[in-house]
Design a binder for this molecule. Structure first.
Ligand SMILES: Cn1ncc2cc([C@H](O)c3cccc(CNC(=O)c4cc(-c5ccc(F)cc5)cc(O)c4O)c3)ccc21
Ligand SMILES: [Mg+2]
Length: 214
């Protein structure tokens, strides 16, 4: 049978991006998604907002929920300070296989730990598995109905500390209404909405940045 969209996206990276050059990997994916096939990467417009938040936080330990093809994984990892690392969770083995190759092409594999499996299973094991005490930054981009349960799970596992920053994709499209309700009406979070557009379109979407107050 034929190739999948993630596999075609990977081919575009391998053909058009320079090995070891994260920016060229990002540009190759954005070009492919604008001119060949739309794919659910955070994209360049929301990606610039992601970049500014990651740069501001400069996390030592970062977590991403939902790797997909590794586009935002590379975007985040390229901005990490020396010695910092990004853990990214992906349950779909086909997506994980493509993401590993996209990450390898970028040359950032030493800063990234891709864990295969559902977030609900992996989150409780992060402390023991990676020897972390808390997370400085979390990017939520997996199933939108998992944003609230996984945020509660991060709290329960003691993975958030005063100042931990959560950044959630797609809070308008496809939408995460329960999540917006949770973080905006919770005294333990200080939230702010960054208006933007759905990747590669002019449909409204945005990112919600929420700081855990402890
Ligand atoms: C539990 N667990 N643990 C790890 C983990 C990892 C995954 C996968 O990475 C995965 C698979 C399928 C869907 C998603 C969520 N993403 C989306 O659904 C999305 C949609 C659109 C959009 C917007 C408009 C449309 F018309 C169509 C799609 C735009 C976007 O940016 C998205 O992120 C994530 C899933 C559950 C997981
Ligand atoms: Mg998304």
């Amino acid at each position: 049978t034929g190739s999948s969209r993630p596999q075609r996206l990977l081919k575009a990276v391998q053909r058009n991006a320079a090995k070891g050059d994260p920016q060229s990997v990002i540009s190759a994916i954005d070009y492919f998604c604008r001119h060949s096939e739309w794919a659910m990467n955070v994209g360049d417009e929301k990606g610039s907002i992601l970049d500014s938040v990651v740069s501001e936080v400069s996390p030592t330990t970062a977590l991403e929920l939902g790797t997909y093809c590794g586009y935002s994984t590379v975007r985040i990892a390229r901005l990490l300070p020396p010695g910092a690392s990004l853990i990214t969770l992906e349950f779909n083995p086909d997506y994980a296989a493509v993401a590993r190759q996209v990450i390898a092409h970028s040359g950032l594999q030493d800063k990234i730990h891709l864990v295969e499996g559902p977030s609900g299973d992996s989150i409780p094991k992060l402390k023991e598995r990676f020897g972390i005490t808390s997370l400085d930054f979390v990017f939520l981009d997996h199933w939108k109905d998992r944003y609230v349960p996984d945020t509660k799970l991060l709290e329960e596992c003691g993975l958030l500390r005063k100042g931990s920053v959560l950044l959630a994709d797609n809070v308008i499209c496809p939408g995460a209404p329960e999540y917006l309700d949770y973080v905006r009406n919770n005294p333990r979070y200080e939230s702010r909405y960054f208006q933007s557009h759905l990747e590669y379109t002019n449909v409204e979407d945005g990112l919600e940045k929420s700081v855990f107050l402890g």
